[in-house]
Design a protein around this ligand. Structure first.
Ligand code: SF4
Ligand code: SF4
Length: 169
């Protein structure tokens, strides 16, 4: 059983707590794969703080109409007893990269212990359990995330305050 599935079964998954921000690319991909109309909603970003180390992330995601995955009483809309119902290649890009930390310059490594919900992925076996052993794939997703953030930012999201950061808010 994968770690994420174990988490889901014991109801200790990050997916219960996270507010997952979506690029418009995410919304399009998920909509094709999982055609329900109401999986996303606009977030109240008033409490989000700017990440000065990653201005593009902040500028693109932190605005009054930032789309996020809708939450239900159990957490993320896509969370089932067996974990995420979305195939890995369809999940929001920030979910695919979690629990790595990163900024526009590149991947920085796993989040520090205590800074997130996920056990620190300290070795290759744990990374494999999380389907994160393929560094080329991670770099490709990271590139894709920032390309989509650039596209969203150009698309007119410069209309709100500059606040915010992690996947799990
Ligand atoms: S989209 Fe999937 S991986 Fe992301 S928080 Fe929701 S259930 Fe978890
Ligand atoms: S990413 Fe980590 S905390 Fe989240 S469900 Fe998977 S193992 Fe659990």
């Amino acid at each position: 059983m994968r770690m994420c599935e174990r988490c889901a079964r014991t109801q200790q998954t990050c997916c219960e707590k996270a507010t997952v921000r979506l690029t418009h690319g995410d919304i399009e991909r998920i909509g094709q794969y999982f055609p329900v109309p109401d999986f996303s909603q606009n977030a109240d970003t008033s409490a989000w703080e700017a990440d000065t180390a990653d201005p593009l992330f902040s500028a693109a995601f932190v605005r009054r109409d930032c789309p996020v995955v809708r939450r239900t009483s159990r957490g993320c809309f896509f969370l089932s007893d067996n974990g995420c119902v979305l195939a890995l290649g369809v999940r929001p890009l920030i979910c695919r990269l979690y629990p790595m930390s990163y900024c526009e310059r590149g991947l920085e490594g796993p989040i520090a212990p205590g800074n997130g919900y996920c056990p620190p992925p300290s070795g290759p076996e744990v990374l494999a359990e999380l389907e994160m052993a393929d560094q080329d794939q991670l770099r490709a997703w990271h590139r894709q995330l920032y390309e989509e953030l650039r596209a969203d930012y150009r698309g007119g999201c410069d209309d709100g305050p500059r606040r915010g950061r992690p996947r799990a808010a």
